[in-house]
Design a protein around this ligand. Structure first.
Ligand code: PEP
Ligand code: MG
Length: 757
């Protein structure tokens, strides 16, 4: 059974579009289960019906024309209850709805299973028999397993049609929504520019060739280059490998000949596609065909095709860099956005960002927020390969992408963009005003930085200190560990720019989703592994070089604070303290006039929450890293879009933990701040202020928004709100209560709806 399942799924994966995917499903299931009928009904939300989309066994004329209203017939019942129905004699069932056009009167037994993707029922897979017999347990289990595996493929095929403005049953659609999570709030309208890692055949977008003949010429020249490489390799390997293996290169060269692969690519270019896309298409088709073969030897040949075509792709890309033009209204799209992709595009052209992987607290989302670019992360169902050059709306408030926007919807979003601009202009006036509530309670707003450009922007926004300098950022941009001297220069820039305001430098926090290219860490569970302080304590030479650099950089400025990430026990603090003291003593012995800085601990792990009292006694200040604390308390990977809907700092457990940390730190008389992303969410900031945090540290781009909300509320109202939400037991309800309170305080709608944590 497993082998049959694998074969069907693999075959379906080769389908070009939804229709061929469904045709493959019905044909293969019918023959595997030896039934007389197999059909697929899909929900078309445009017409609110389950449409018969494919069938082997029912009348062909009915396909695409017959439909059942929602809840109608046995199909409707399966979809409604999201459960299989297995009947010996379907016409006897009260819900049976006879569809004359299908000729199904001859069939008695019926087994329908729902096709479910991300909790929503896409449609129903049905098998039918003439005889009156129940399908046995094994058949039912097979169909359920198959349906679960195919749901993703069907969803993807549906989404691909939707991108082109076509509903599953072929109706024209607009305003197709793809859901992800908010990476950075704001709305942008623009045209998609898809970027992808080089030389990956699976990730080449479709583009039209500008000049077909030139494209063919170009392709042939690259093909020739690979042919020459192959001949050279063939010659070089003479005597080194067995002759049969050497023959493989001959086979390769022949595969490239005009009569074979090469010709198919040329044909596709003639249809108007660019060379890279044409090559990828042909290669992927052949790879799938080979992968589907039963013979393991032939299956392996798929690898040869991949290898060969990747070589050709390499030449195509070398001579024609992939992304040459960024449009003036670029919405940058990638399977996995990286900071370097953001760095490549001229800032004035970048309007919005879409990442298929990652979520709101991925580090690239944090970067996007600091740049103030509307961003949606984790749009796992978006067929982004088809998105190039299409107009899209990025709704960074709701975490949604809309393709094929109608004029009406576009106008609505254009209004929001105008509102955004007015709001930003209005906030400018707050820069020099203090952050205090209407009843004069003062709150300190600090910023999180990584690059020097963040510092300039932060000062411009009226920041009162740096609550988190992510020192790993300059480490990430290099090809080796920066030397002590290089580090000291970087740190000095931050300290000088902010002096006499305090600058909190966090010791190197790599591991998790931040790996240095020159210090790779391969682990099964990186967020539970060698991360933060665990790495640096194991490498005291890296830790002390960093501490020495920080201390040196602070000479004469005396505005440095040092903070330790990922602390899970007191030993880590003790060991870190000893190393810091050692570095300090060394510098003093070297005759330098350094001042011993305040040391703080980050509370990012549940274990640290319960040890706040003892940790607070050991250090000078406490800072909560709510991004990680939320991830670890809720056991939700902060980068995983599949569980992003579970990730929320408004969870009652997270709020209870935060409150406990504040109370414990205050009992020890130690200042307590928060530097996770929630501090920059205006609604959350009100709760944090009411809890008693001394400092809220956030992205510079959110600072004025938070200030504006705090200035429009009283401390009394904030404390009432906090007491009210601490009684609630559900994150959604808490979020709504906060939104309502802000609404009552007259806060602008765009400040109420950010959803970045
Ligand atoms: C946090 O975890 O909240 C934090 C500030 O650190 P980072 O986001 O860099 O892990
Ligand atoms: Mg952290």
């Amino acid at each position: 059974m497993l082998e049959q399942l694998r074969r069907i799924v693999q075959k379906v994966n080769t389908a070009k579009d939804l229709k061929s995917a469904l045709d493959i499903i019905v044909t293969s299931v019918r023959s595997t289960l030896n039934t007389q009928v197999c059909s697929v009904y899909l929900l078309d939300t445009d017409i609110n019906c389950h449409v018969l989309m494919a069938s082997e066994g029912l009348k062909k004329e009915a396909v695409g024309h017959v439909s059942l209203a929602i809840g109608e017939g046995l199909v409707g019942l399966v979809a409604k209850h999201a459960e299989p129905i297995n009947l010996q004699d379907a016409p006897l069932h009260p819900s049976f709805h006879y569809l004359r056009e299908t000729g199904e009167e001859e069939f008695h037994s019926f087994l329908g299973v729902p096709i479910i993707h991300h909790r929503s029922v896409l449609g129903v897979l049905v098998v039918q028999h003439r005889e009156r017999r129940r399908f046995d347990e094994e058949e039912e289990a097979f169909l359920i397993t198959l349906s679960a595996q195919l749901a993703g493929v069907i969803a993807h095929a549906e989404a691909t049609g939707a991108i082109e403005g076509i509903s599953p049953s072929g109706q024209k659609t607009s305003d197709t929504v793809f859901t992800g999570v908010s990476g950075s709030s704001g709305v942008a309208i623009g045209h998609a520019v898809v970027v992808f890692p080089h030389a990956d055949l699976r990730q080449i977008p479709d583009k039209r060739a500008k000049d077909i003949n030139a494209e063919i010429e170009f392709f042939r020249s690259c093909l020739n280059a690979v042919r020459n490489d192959m001949r050279e390799l063939h010659a070089r390997l003479a005597g080194q490998v067995a002759e049969e293996e050497r023959q493989l290169f001959d086979v390769y060269v022949r595969m490239l000949d005009d009569g074979a692969l090469g010709n198919e690519v040329v044909e596709r270019i003639r249809q108007g596609f660019w060379a890279q896309g044409a090559l990828a298409y042909v290669a992927n088709e052949h790879v799938r065909t080979f992968e589907e073969m039963n013979d393991p030897y032939l299956r392996e040949r798929a690898l040869d095709i991949k290898d060969l075509c990747s070589r050709v792709l390499f030449y195509l890309q070398e001579k024609e860099p992939l992304v040459t033009e960024y449009r003036d209204d670029t919405i940058l799209v990638s399977e996995e956005l990286t900071p370097s992709m953001l760095a490549e595009i001229p800032k004035e052209k970048l309007k919005g960002l879409i990442s298929i992987k990652g979520s709101g607290t991925s580090h690239v989302a944090i970067l996007a927020r600091s740049m103030g670019i509307p961003t949606v992360m984790g749009v796992i169902d978006l067929p982004y390969g088809q998105l190039n050059d299409r107009e899209v709306i990025v709704d960074g408030y709701k975490g949604e992408i809309i393709s094929n926007p109608s004029d009406q919807l576009r106008n609505r979003y254009l209004e929001t963009i105008k509102e955004q601009e007015q709001l930003t202009a209005g906030l400018e006036g707050l820069k020099d005003l203090p952050c205090e509530t209407a009843d004069k309670h003062r709150v300190h707003l600090w910023v999180n930085t990584g690059l020097l450009s963040d510092v300039v922007r932060s000062l411009d926004q009226g920041a009162e200190g740096i609550g988190l300098f992510r020192t790993e950022v300059p480490f990430l941009l290099r090809e080796r560990f920066p030397s002590e001297k290089e580090q000291a220069e970087i740190y000095r820039e931050q300290l000088e720019a902010f002096a006499p305001k305090q600058v909190t430098m966090r010791t190197l926090d790599v591991g998790g989703d931040k790996s240095l290219p020159y210090f790779p860490i391969e682990e099964a569970n990186p967020f539970l592994g060698w991360r933060g302080i665990r790495v640096t304590l194991d490498h005291p030479e890296i830790f002390t070089a960093q501490i020495r650099a920080m201390l040196r950089a602070s000479i004469g400025l005396e505005n440095l604070q040092i903070m330790l990430p990922m602390i899970s026990n007191v030993h880590e603090v003790n060991s870190a303290m000893q190393l810091i003291k050692k570095s300090y003593r060394e510098l003093i012995q070297e005759g330098l006039e350094v001042k011993f800085p305040p040391i703080g601990v980050m509370i990012e792990l549940p274990a640290a929450v319960y040890q706040t009292r003892v940790l607070a006694k050991m250090v000078d200040f406490i800072s909560i890293g709510s991004n990680d604390l939320t991830q670890y308390l809720l056991a939700v990977d902060r980068n995983n879009p599949r569980v992003a809907n579970l990730y929320t700092a408004f969870h009652p457990a997270v709020l209870a933990a935060l409150r406990q940390v504040v109370t414990e730190a205050q009992k020890q008389g130690k200042p307590v701040s928060i530097c996770g992303e929630m501090a920059g969410d205006p609604g959350a900031a009100v709760l944090l202020m009411a809890m008693g945090f001394d400092i809220l540290s956030m992205n510079a781009s959110t600072l004025l928004k938070v200030k504006s909300v705090i200035r429009s509320i009283t401390m009394d109202a904030a404390q009432d709100l906090l007491e009210q939400v601490m009684e609630l037991d559900d994150a959604q309800m808490i979020r709504s209560a906060v939104d309502l309170a802000l609404y009552n305080a007259g806060v602008d709608r765009l400040l109420r709806s950010s959803r970045t944590n």
